[in-house]
Design a protein around this ligand. Sequence first.
Ligand code: ATP
Length: 323
Amino acid sequence: MTHNLSSNAAPAAGEVTRDAVLTVRDLNVVYQGAPPVHAVKDVSLTLHRGEILGLAGESGCGKSTLAYAINRLHEWPAEVTSGSVTFHDRDGQDLDLLALRSEQLRRFRWSKLSMVFQGAMNALNPVTSVRAQLEDVLTTHRPGMSKQDRRARCAGVLELVGVEPRRMDSYPHELSGGMRQRVMIAMALLLDPQVVIMDEPTTALDVLVQRGILREILRLRDELGFAVIFITHDLPLLLELSDRIAVMLRGQVVEYDTAETIYGQPRHPYTRQLLDSFPSLTGERGAFLRGGATVDRETSPGAAPTEPGTADGNQVRSHGGAR
Ligand SMILES: Nc1ncnc2c1ncn2[C@@H]1O[C@H](COP(=O)(O)OP(=O)(O)OP(=O)(O)O)[C@@H](O)[C@H]1O
């Protein structure tokens, strides 16, 4: 059974535009406790415009720390000890994110780069309507915008993510979990950002709702052209969704390649181990279809299964296709 989330308009992996929107170089993040925890080690990544970059790895490998540091959302005791994060704006300007002052950072977040968290589903203010929460972002970031334009933009962005605009006057508790998460995605897209970081955005949702939302993300990416850093320990899902995947292990990126290569010819033993920990990715049912070509996984006889409770936290979806 093949589930293919992608639309045909998406660039095939390896064919993503070479135009970079975000460059992370030799980034190190340390939690300055006793003892210090070196959570992100010499990470270098390049995110291209319109690309979906998957960050994979078991719980505790540093995915969230990396995402937070990129967006400067990390808080003490987390400290970026070295490295750089550069945002390449579509107007041609390069922004050194680690050097932005708080006011610059406030203007940068949401408008150029936004983030959707797993917990964000419950982060909506319970006593404020969806409309007020969306409009608040516009009032803050687009102070010159007329009330009428604000309303139209909020309705438009909700429609984009599949929420009927009449829901605007609802309060968060009146919406299902999936709907709330769609509202969070709408909020993240409100200012037309060039990058959206999604940290386990659908993990708490049931599989069908999750797939609906992921399809929506792919469609919106095709339509609006933003790039995505998508974080999850659900490797089958990442293989379907991503153009390229970075596999993290104990703070380091140990493999970084197209989804096909990660699936078909994984080089690092940990990547093989991770793949083998998802039964639906092994054997014939795991034949991986992408761009019309079937890529069979090389078997890795030496690979040991991942420890229970690490990479296989999610029950695997019936998997047989990608993109
Ligand atoms: N406040 C903190 N103080 C000290 N160490 C921390 C703190 N927060 C996280 N860590 C450690 O940093 C490392 C990376 O954690 P991080 O949450 O980034 O991993 P992750 O891959 O996102 O995990 P998960 O998938 O469970 O969210 C882990 O060893 C974790 O224990």
